[in-house]
Ligand binder design. Structure first.
Ligand code: CUA
Length: 332
């Protein structure tokens, strides 16, 4: 069997197993899993209830008016009917009151959402690419499409794009915020509890917009700091003989022209950085689980998995592919 077929089968089996994976779990825009989400959920329910109530009142009055037997309208010029006036004042007055209450409550919520009461201790820089997320910390790319945050405290995101407009959206934790070329944007959020949260791009940005996803893992502060330190560290040196051959293939095959692996000669900036690739949960912007089979499928046939993506499907012998996989799986 050809490498491509084997990879395809591995991909299929992996997808079947990954249905229940945490990074694929359903999202909920009305969840209350963090400070921001809680505020958004509260105002959503408030506006929804108010609008529903107004709708019911208006429809009831309309039905009453339709079915009530009234006086026939006299012919000739319309006469002002003084009994209608109080109803007009009441209707206008109630409308103004309801609109004022919702407007004031919306402004209060927007103020609360604008900045957290406690200044975030951490800022991640998120750069939207076509079609993946470059995760930076203090000016350096430390991950792609996956980041950890400490739970129970606000985290700040500085949002950038150097291509088209994207939108950073973690439905369970916060609202959408656009990444606009030439216009840095910012967002804060807080995950109250540890957990794995699914995010996606919420602004049409090209052919693979629908598969531009990411994963955020909230964990206690100590575990987060361990992750951050590890994420910022350089790559492990290739240990096994296969991995060393694989590293040479990586550098010669053109992979290094697009991808960077800190601590090696690979310094490409077009594709995601791969320094600790095998420690990530997913591949291809949170679309397939990170297993050897999926990685093989992605390398040899990425264009079938995400048609139009910027990574060309690679022509490699089965043997070379195995060496390359050995190297990449050692990047933990
Ligand atoms: Cu990026 Cu849609």
């Amino acid at each position: 069997m050809r490498v491509r077929q084997i990879a395809g089968i591995a991909l299929y089996l992996g997808l079947a197993n990954a249905q229940e994976a945490s990074w694929r779990s359903p999202v909920n825009v009305l969840s209350r899993k963090g400070l921001v989400a809680d505020q958004i959920s509260t105002i959503w329910w408030f506006l929804f209830s108010t609008a529903s109530l107004v709708f019911l009142v208006v429809i009831t009055l309309l039905l009453i008016a339709l079915f009530k037997k009234g006086q026939a309208v006299p012919k000739g010029p319309v006469q002002e009917n003084s009994s209608v006036r109080p109803i007009l004042y009441l209707g206008t007055g109630l409308t103004i009151i309801v609109l004022l209450i919702t407007a004031v409550y919306t402004f209060i919520s927007m103020r609360t959402l604008a900045a957290p009461s406690q200044k975030p201790a951490l800022t991640f820089e998120i750069v939207g690419k076509q079609w993946w997320w470059d995760i930076r910390y203090e000016g350096e790319s430390i991950s792609a499409n996956e980041l950890h945050i400490p739970s129970g405290e606000p985290v700040h995101f500085s949002l950038h794009s150097d291509n088209v407009i994207h939108s950073f959206w973690l439905p369970d934790l916060a609202g959408k915020r656009d990444l606009i070329p030439g216009h840095p944007n910012s967002l804060w959020l807080q995950a109250d509890e540890p957990g794995t949260y699914r995010g996606s791009c919420a602004e049409f940005c090209g052919v693979q917009h629908g598969k531009m996803n990411f994963t955020v893992i909230a964990e206690p502060r100590a575990a987060f700091e361990t992750w951050l330190e590890h994420a910022r560290a350089e790559a492990n040196a290739a240990v096994s003989e296969e991995a060393r051959v694989g590293q040479a293939i990586f550098m010669q095959q053109g992979c290094a022209g697009c991808h960077s692996i800190r601590g090696t000669a690979a310094q490409g900036e077009i594709g995601p950085e791969l320094t600790h690739l095998s420690s990530r949960l997913t591949l291809a912007a949170a679309n397939i689980p990170n297993t050897t089979g999926h990685l093989a499928a992605w390398i040899v046939d990425s264009q079938s998995i995400k048609p139009g993506n910027r990574m060309p499907s690679q022509k490699l012998s089965g043997e070379d592919l195995q060496f390359l996989l050995s190297y990449l799986m050692e990047l933990n």
